[in-house]
Design a protein around this ligand. Structure first.
Ligand SMILES: C[S@@+](CC[C@H](N)C(=O)[O-])C[C@H]1O[C@@H](n2cnc3c(N)ncnc32)[C@H](O)[C@@H]1O
Length: 291
């Protein structure tokens, strides 16, 4: 393409404008055209655009309409910021946009963002990967209009007993809670539902697989919420007086030698080793017991 502009597919984070990356903000400020997902990206973020930039909200635009605005702008030598919620690589419908950009030989770049999953973990003050509790996070959704590929049903995934982060599914809370219990998660497994994290109306609902669905119904949450399931979101883990025994990572232990530090020699620890956790670490988690 001659005189071609460039497209930036930008992850805007969960909503709080301060969770934009510096790069995302700079690109929004300098772009000629802004197309932002106005269902989950606040107007304030689009508002970083320079005076005179063309701004479109994409929630009522089709893919064809979005790409037609994008391709015309690029042909005119303009820069386009396509702003999406969270990180574009998760449920971002980015592949179909990239395929069109590829076929039209348009220069484009993806700017990662803070996924709602990580913003929710921050609000909950949880570590999604706790030694001896869960070292695996599964990001998924419940089956709805979009069919799940074979082997990816919640029941299949539940077999791992890991931390589950479930997108796009809060309307199916009763079904999810039942399925997970049938798959072996104990009824008292902690669950947190975080509605519109990073927005002024943010709401956190905590419960267990037994009671979370009713709590979500009572709060009238029907969209834009994340569900996080597993012992990693057990609020007692944070409470030093709860009696919960927490296995402590050796990452910063003065007694432990690893790649970047010898025992008793202080700083510069890093976590790229598989053996950073104490072999004698105490087991206290309750993984699903499978029939
Ligand atoms: C189309 S997906 C986009 C996910 C996004 N790419 C991300 O990384 O967070 C939309 C779903 O993500 C979750 N989500 C996105 N933003 C959220 C927010 N601010 N608070 C809670 N959940 C959010 C909800 O499950 C919502 O239904």
């Amino acid at each position: 393409m001659t005189n071609a502009g460039k497209v930036y597919i930008i992850g805007a984070g969960p909503g709080d404008p301060e969770l934009l990356t510096l790069k995302a903000k700079r690109l929004i400020e300098t772009s000629d055209v802004i197309i932002y997902a106005d269902s989950l990206v606040p107007e304030e973020i689009a508002g970083f655009a320079r005076a005179g930039a063309q701004i479109y909200g994409s929630k009522d635009m089709s893919l064809d309409a979005i790409m037609s605005v994008t391709l015309q702008a690029v042909a005119d030598g303009k820069t386009v910021s396509r702003i999406q919620s969270g990180d574009p690589s998760l449920y971002g419908a980015t592949l179909e946009q990239m395929r069109i950009l590829e076929s039209e030989q348009v220069d484009y770049e993806i700017i990662p963002g803070v996924s709602a999953a990580f913003a929710a973990a921050a609000v909950l003050k949880v570590e999604l990967t706790v030694p001896e509790v869960s070292q695996t996070v599964i990001m998924t959704r419940a089956e709805g209009r979009v069919a799940m590929p074979e082997g990816e049903d919640l029941v299949d995934l539940a077999r791992h007993g890991s931390t589950l982060v479930i997108f796009l599914s809060v309307t199916r809370m009763f079904r999810i809670a039942n399925q997970l219990q049938e798959a072996g998660y104990p009824a008292d497994t902690p669950v947190a539902v975080v509605y519109r994290v990073g927005w002024p109306e943010e709401l956190v609902i905590r419960g267990t697989l037994e009671d979370i669905a009713q709590k979500v119904r009572d709060a009238k949450i029907t969209l834009q919420a994340l569900i996080i399931v597993g012992q990693a979101v057990n609020p007692s883990l944070l409470d030093p007086n709860s009696g919960e025994k927490v296995a402590v990572s050796h990452l910063y232990s003065d007694e432990y030698t690893h790649l970047y530090r010898r025992a008793g020699h202080g700083d510069h620890a890093d976590a790229d080793r598989a053996d950073l956790y104490a072999p004698e670490a105490m087991r206290f988690n309750r993984k699903p017991s499978h029939p």
